[in-house]
Ligand binder design. Structure first.
Ligand code: BG6
Length: 486
């Protein structure tokens, strides 16, 4: 049985930058079946060869030395282009009819990938239904849906209803590429395949958790999109909450899609609801200087490009432990890190070391780009009396395993193999919106918290430092030191 990936939105950026390089890399490594077919569907007219040539160029550009002509030729033999309009039901019927001409046999599995602008998700799903392309009478049918899944709770619910009119939940793979990152999956392994972390992974030992996704890049040419999204929709509803779920969830009985997702959803269900007055106190927003001059941005825009949100998870494990979620564009460096800050020792017997800076233990999960872990702990400075300093144990993926594959690779492979553990379920997406929606609305309707302007290449607004200090804490603002493979 040879599967087919059908990509809707084939002429778009996501297809050339992520999907095709990931599919080709998997194929080159022998992880995809021989004869794999990839069919691009888009309005622009291309011949099969024109599309193949364009993809060869873009794939080579992104993969550099991981590209070779011989394996590309084999891969490209299974690449086809089918021109069609996503808003025309007849074009779906025509695609269905053409499938055997691309080599599809009865019983072959098909994976549809919605890589279009989000406004086309509903029509595409509806037309797949009316052309009878979701029914599994002639082989498995799955659909991968890109983010954003809705723009608020209401639209996400509406989209879920539209999806379920045509596909069963088991056929649906809502992608969040953060879950495809090896370091995020490794967090599950760190927590649940080791004994030493789990006993201390709770309110008795942990003071707070910081989850930071900092980006050095500005909004650039994406101003039009970003004006409708802002930092909360673009990063918090999906990536940051996913990282929080993986950090905070209970251990599932088995690594199996629904069991994993049950535990993740429970985290979101336990997040304390914030009143507008609390939102003013427990969130912070900023806009980098220069954002208003980006193309596509309104001259008086109040869109936040930086956000920090303090959440509490009201359950036995996490009662009273704040989770600080923070993300921004135009920050000091690109780094995604989860910092687990442990409590101070209950009693400090080294009373003669008062002048020393004594930090509590800290576990830092470097999600990217210097993928790895650091455990910070206190050590005695040799030959200096009883003086203490912070040292760390460090693990780097690149040192042990070499370069890490792009997050789309494991996710596409999982979707092909029918494993949805690392994809969001309908209730998870809705629960995430119900946490973020009130903040979005409050930020839109009030001046509290104020929108602070921050200088690019900083860690967001200066006020965020004072905000943490007022809570007797501080941000862990460290840019990762990059090695040759990172
Ligand atoms: C995307 C956002 O989902 O994630 C972008 O839309 C952001 O704004 C990107 O830049 C970050 O992904 P990564 O994998 O580069 O951290």
């Amino acid at each position: 049985m040879t599967p087919t990936f059908v990509i809707f939105g084939a002429s778009g950026d996501l297809t050339s930058r992520k999907l095709i390089p990931a599919l080709y890399s998997l194929f080159r490594k022998g992880r995809m079946p021989d004869g794999l077919r990839v069919i691009g569907f888009s309005r622009t007219e291309f011949s099969h060869d024109q599309w193949r040539t364009a993809l060869a160029e873009s794939t080579q550009k992104f993969l550099k030395t991981e590209f070779d002509n011989a394996s590309w030729a084999k891969f490209a033999a299974g690449v086809f282009y089918h021109a069609g309009d996503i808003e025309q039901p007849a074009d779906f019927a025509a695609l269905e009819k053409a499938m055997p001409t691309y080599g599809e046999k009865p019983g072959d599995a098909r994976i549809y990938y919605l890589a279009t602008a989000p406004r086309f998700y509903e029509p595409a799903i509806e037309h797949l239904g009316s052309a009878n392309m979701a029914a599994e009478t002639n082989g498995e049918r799955r659909i991968i849906i890109e983010k954003p899944f809705g723009t608020d709770l209401e639209s996400a619910k509406k989209l879920n209803v539209a999806v379920h009119r045509v596909f069963n939940e088991e056929q649906v793979y809502r992608i969040d590429h953060y879950l495809g990152k090896e370091t995020v999956q490794n967090l599950l392994v760190l927590r649940f395949a080791n004994t030493i972390f789990e006993p201390i992974w709770n309110r008795n030992y942990i003071d707070h958790v910081q989850i930071t996704v900092a980006e050095e890049v500005t909004v650039g040419r994406r101003g039009g999109y970003y004006e409708t999204a802002g930092i909360l929709r673009d990063m918090f509803q999906n990536h940051l909450l996913q990282l929080m779920m993986v950090t905070a969830m209970e251990v599932p009985v088995r690594f199996q899609a629904d069991l994993v997702r049950d535990e993740k959803v429970k985290v979101l269900q336990a997040v304390r609801t914030l009143t507008p007055a609390q939102i003013a106190e427990t969130t912070l927003r900023g806009q980098y200087r220069g954002y208003l001059q980006e193309p596509g941005v309104a001259p008086n825009s109040r869109t936040a490009t930086f956000g920090a949100v303090k959440l509490y998870i009201d359950n036995w494990r996490w009662q009273g432990v704040p989770f600080y979620l923070r993300s921004g564009k135009a920050m000091s460096c690109r780094t995604t890190q989860i910092v687990v800050q442990f409590r101070e020792p209950p009693h400090m017997m080294f009373s003669n070391c008062k002048g020393d800076q004594v930090d509590s233990n800290r576990l830092v999960v470097q999600v990217q780009p210097a993928e790895g872990l650091q455990l910070h702990f206190q050590t005695k400075v040799p030959d200096a009396g009883m003086h203490l300093t912070t040292s760390d144990l460090e693990f780097r993926f690149s040192k042990q395993f070499g370069p890490i594959p792009d997050a789309y690779q494991p996710l596409l492979l999982d979707a092909l193999e029918g494993d949805a553990s690392l994809f969001a379920r309908h209730d998870e997406v809705e629960a995430a919106w119900s946490i973020i929606d009130p903040i979005i609305q409050d930020w839109a309707n009030s001046d509290r918290p104020p929108l602070y302007v921050y200088e690019p290449a900083m860690w967001g607004p200066e006020e965020s430092v004072a905000w943490m200090q007022a809570q007797k804490r501080q941000w862990f603002d460290t840019c990762p030191v990059l090695g040759p493979h990172s």
